[in-house]
Design a protein around this ligand. Structure first.
Ligand code: GLA
Length: 391
């Protein structure tokens, strides 16, 4: 009896220890850069270091971006002891050298692996090597692991991701765990105790219709997301050339409204003024990073015209008007009404328009809300994003 009590007690302490270790690494959605969307397999040490430099010189670091993540193709084989081997041609000084360089710049370093026997690009996966790989990553100074789902056969997702989570804990270094299972087994229902973020869909493509299709798939997922457990609608395509500036503004706005991880996916060393302005829109980033950690919900779906609302801390609120059509739209906006509308309740108090100022987060200015109704023009595939700020 005594023994049983002791067992239960130690298990409780251990689990508690795990939960504490897990929490706090992603209180707000992670922000950074990942190599995949722009460079695919064409990664190397020089490129990654250049991106780290550019993250700083461009002002991205100051805007909140911190992780530099090398995606697939850094690894080539295992040695006779099963240790994962990096591509020595492309990373001549090894992965620890790269991690050290990134850390010396005040940034954090992320890496990629896969829960199956091979990664999506046919490189060695971590299946069967989870504890060994996690130890290796920790010894290199890895801060973030993106863990993919290719070549997993009949593996169970929750079990597979839990093994790597346990391996990361055992390795002892705090590492953000990014689950990349494409939403196949509804990770939002089980992954809160496993990872800090989970992909909800297949891969994003740098096209308006593909991007908006991902947004549509997030609609019912809001309640599953929050501090340390985020829905991940995939990395950003802003600046990669497949959408117009207006569409990229919409893409970025919606990701911020959805409290999505903001992982830039473009060439940071070669950004247009517009791309940089979008990625470093601090007022929008503050919406994404709001500490309440609420995902926006679609308050009105009028076909081509939607209204999304995100509750913020301090009884503040963000509203995004989305024009999905190919034509400019003029809409009537009742700012007092939108302020009172919420997902869970309707209230007069404390939501009274006279207590707030309203800012346009792309124009970067306060707008007048005393006239009812206000007419607002939204460009094709464009947005208006407003923040209600307490006076
Ligand atoms: C999958 C992932 C992508 C990327 C590639 C790399 O498709 O979903 O984000 O990591 O693999 O091979």
């Amino acid at each position: 009896m005594k023994k049983l009590f002791l067992l239960i007690f130690t298990t409780f302490i251990c689990l508690n220890g795990i939960a504490q270790k897990f929490d706090g690494l992603a209180n707000t959605p992670p922000m950074g850069w990942n190599s995949w969307n722009k460079f695919n397999c064409d990664v190397n040490e020089e490129l990654i270091m250049k991106m780290a430099d550019a993250m700083i010189s461009s002002g991205m670091k100051d805007a909140g971006y911190e992780y530099i993540v090398v995606d697939d193709c850094w690894q080539v084989s295992r040695d006779e002891n099963g240790n994962i081997q990096h591509d020595t041609q492309r990373f001549p000084h090894g992965i620890k050298y790269l991690a050290d360089y990134i850390h010396s710049k005040g940034l954090k370093f992320g890496i990629y692996s896969d829960a199956g026997i091979k990664t999506c690009q046919g490189r060695p996966g971590s299946r069967g090597y989870e504890f060994q790989d996690a130890k290796t990553y920790a010894s290199w100074g890895v801060d973030y692991l993106k863990y993919d789902w290719c070549n997993t056969g009949t593996q169970d997702a929750k079990a597979s991701y839990s093994i790597m989570r346990d391996a990361l804990y055992a390795a002892g270094r705090p590492i953000v765990f990014s689950i990349c299972e494409w939403g196949k087994s509804r990770p939002w229902e089980w992954a809160q105790e496993v990872g800090h973020l989970w992909r909800t869909t297949g891969d994003i493509v740098d096209r308006w219709d593909a991007m908006i299709d991902i947004v549509d798939k997030q609609r019912d997922l809001g309640p599953y997301s929050g501090p340390n457990h985020w829905n991940d609608p995939d990395m950003l395509e802003v600046g990669n050339g497949g959408m117009t500036i207006e569409e990229y503004k919409t893409h970025f706005s919606l990701w911020c409204m959805m409290a999505a991880p903001l992982m830039a996916g473009n060439d940071l060393s070669d950004m247009s003024k517009e791309t940089l302005e979008i990625l470093t829109n601090k007022e929008l980033i503050a919406i994404d990073q709001d500490k309440l950690g609420k995902q926006a919900f679609c308050f009105r779906d009028n076909g081509d015209y939607e209204i999304w609302i995100k509750k913020l801390s301090n009884d503040e609120k963000a509203v995004c008007l989305l024009n999905r059509s190919d034509e400019i739209k003029e809409v009537m906006v009742d700012f007092a009404f939108l302020l009172k509308s919420n997902d869970d309740y309707w209230t007069q108090d404390p939501y009274q328009l006279q207590n707030y100022i309203v800012r346009d987060l792309w124009e970067h200015k306060e707008i007048k809300t005393d006239k009812y109704p206000t007419f607002v023009k939204i460009p094709p595939h464009g947005v208006k994003v407003y923040k209600y700020i307490k006076k």
